[in-house]
Design a protein around this ligand. Structure first.
Ligand SMILES: Cc1cc2nc3c(=O)[nH]c(=O)nc-3n(C[C@H](O)[C@H](O)[C@H](O)COP(=O)(O)O)c2cc1C
Length: 355
C-alpha cells in the first residue's frame, strides 16, 4: 500500500490515502461557517478525504468560542456552500459531529443551551471565552434519561442535516474527552442506570448513537473517531480501557471506518490492534505523522488511511508536498483559533517552479 494509491472507502473513491484530520478553527461567527471556511477547505481539496472541524449536533453540544453547528437551516445552507466549493474543486468532505459535553463554557453557548454530561464531574483546566479570556469550566449538569435519548437523536438528526448540506458522510467524535468518550470513561461516567457501570453500560450510549446515525444516513456514510489511552481533557488512565474499547469496536461493525488518535501512553498499541481486529473494517491512524512514518504504517498494514492535522494547517497542498518530498511549512499556533483570515487561508501552496 502506498500513500498515493487510490482507495475505495465505502461509496467513495479516494484518489490517495492522505486524510485531513478534523480541526476546530474557531472562525464560525454566530455558530455558522462563512465564506472563509469555503476557501480554507477548497484550498485543501486534494486530500483523499477532508474531515471537517468539530460541528455541534445541537446547541448543548457547543462549548468553545466560534464553533459551528448543524442543527439550524441557516447552518445547513452555509455548509452547503462549503461542500459545493470542495466538490467543485474535486474533493470529498465528511462532517465531524462533536458534542463537547463537559468541555464547555456557558459564555460560548447560545441562550438556553446547557453544559451536560453523563455525571457531575467537572474538567480541570480553563476554556477560552472572547468576553473574559480563559475561564474555569463549570461542573456539568447530569443528563437525565430524556437528555440521553435527545442527545442520541441529535446526532441522528445532524447526520441527516450533514447529508442535506452536501457532506459525503459524518464522523462521530468519540475521541479527546468529549461527550461520547465521557460516557466510555469511568472517571466521567458514574451513572448507575443502563448507561453506566460496567463495560456494557459505559459503551451503550456510543453504540446506540452510532446505530442511530447509521440508521439515519446509512452505515457506509458514518465513521467514528476514538482515542483510547489519550488523557487529553482531563481523562485519567484506567484499568479497563482495553476491555472497554475491544467491546465497543465489536458494536461498530456497521460503520464505514474507525479513526484512531495515536498515543504514546502504555497499552495504546495493543488496544489499537484489538480495535482493528474486532472492527474488521478500514482504519485511519492519526497523530504525529510525516510522509515517511505514514508510508511505514501503511506498509506494516497498521491502517488503510493516514490522517494529518497540523501539517494541513500550513500546507494546503500537503498531498503534493508529500509526493515530492518537498519541505513542509510550519503552522503558527497563535492563529490556530483566532478569528479571521490570518493563519487560516493565507498559507501559500508551493510556487509553481518549486512544484
Ligand atoms: C488547531 C487544532 C484543532 C483541532 N480540533 C480538533 C477537532 O475539532 N476534532 C478532533 O477530533 N480533533 C481535533 N484536533 C486534533 C487533530 O485532529 C489531530 O488529532 C492532532 O492534531 C494530531 O495530529 P497531527 O500530529 O497530524 O497534528 C485539533 C488539532 C489542532 C492542532
Amino acid at each position: 500500500m502506498d500513500l498515493f494509491s487510490a482507495y475505495r472507502l465505502g461509496p467513495l473513491e479516494l484518489p490517495n490515502r492522505v486524510v485531513m484530520a478534523p480541526m476546530t478553527r474557531s472562525r464560525a461567527l454566530g455558530n455558522v461557517p462563512g465564506e472563509l471556511a469555503s476557501r480554507y477547505y477548497t484550498q485543501r481539496a486534494s486530500a483523499g478525504l477532508i474531515i471537517s472541524e468539530g460541528i455541534a449536533p445541537s446547541p448543548d453540544g457547543l462549548g468553545y468560542a466560534r464553533t459551528p453547528g448543524l442543527y439550524s437551516a441557516a447552518q445547513v445552507d452555509a455548509f452547503r456552500r462549503v461542500t459545493d466549493a470542495v466538490h467543485a474543486a474535486g474533493g470529498r468532505i465528511f462532517a465531524q459531529l462533536m458534542h463537547v459535553g463537559r468541555i464547555a463554557h456557558p459564555r460560548n453557548m447560545p441562550a438556553g443551551a446547557r453544559a451536560v454530561a453523563p455525571s457531575a464531574v467537572g474538567a480541570s483546566g480553563s476554556m477560552w471565552t472572547d468576553e473574559h479570556g480563559p475561564q474555569p469550566m463549570p461542573v456539568p449538569e447530569v443528563m437525565s434519561s430524556a437528555d440521553v435519548a435527545a442527545a442520541r437523536e441529535a446526532f441522528a438528526r445532524a447526520s441527516r442535516n450533514a447529508i442535506a448540506a452536501g457532506f459525503d458522510g459524518v464522523e462521530l467524535h468519540g475521541a479527546n474527552g468529549y461527550l461520547l468518550e465521557q460516557f466510555l470513561h469511568p472517571h466521567t461516567n458514574r451513572r448507575s442506570d443502563a448507561y453506566g457501570g460496567d463495560v456494557a453500560g459505559r459503551i451503550r450510549f456510543v453504540a446506540e448513537t452510532a446505530k442511530a446515525a447509521a440508521d439515519a444516513i446509512g452505515g457506509d456514510r458514518v465513521g467514528i473517531r476514538l482515542s483510547p489511552c489519550n488523557t487529553f481533557n482531563d481523562m485519567p488512565p484506567y484499568a479497563e480501557v482495553h476491555a472497554t474499547y475491544a467491546a465497543l469496536a465489536a458494536e461498530l461493525t456497521g460503520l464505514l471506518y474507525v479513526h484512531l488518535v495515536g498515543s504514546a501512553n502504555a497499552g495504546y498499541a495493543e488496544t489499537a490492534r484489538a480495535i482493528r481486529a474486532a472492527f474488521g473494517g478500514p482504519v485511519i491512524h492519526n497523530g504525529g505523522f510525516d510522509g515517511a512514518r505514514a508510508q511505514a504504517a501503511l506498509a506494516r498494514g497498521d491502517a488503510e488511511l493516514i490522517a494529518f492535522g497540523r501539517p494541513f494547517i500550513a500546507n494546503p497542498d500537503l498531498v503534493e508536498r508529500l509526493r515530492l518530498g518537498a519541505p513542509l511549512a510550519t503552522p503558527n499556533p497563535a492563529t490556530f483559533y483566532s478569528p479571521g483570515a490570518e493563519g487560516y487561508v493565507d498559507y501559500p501552496a508551493l510556487a509553481p517552479e518549486a512544484a
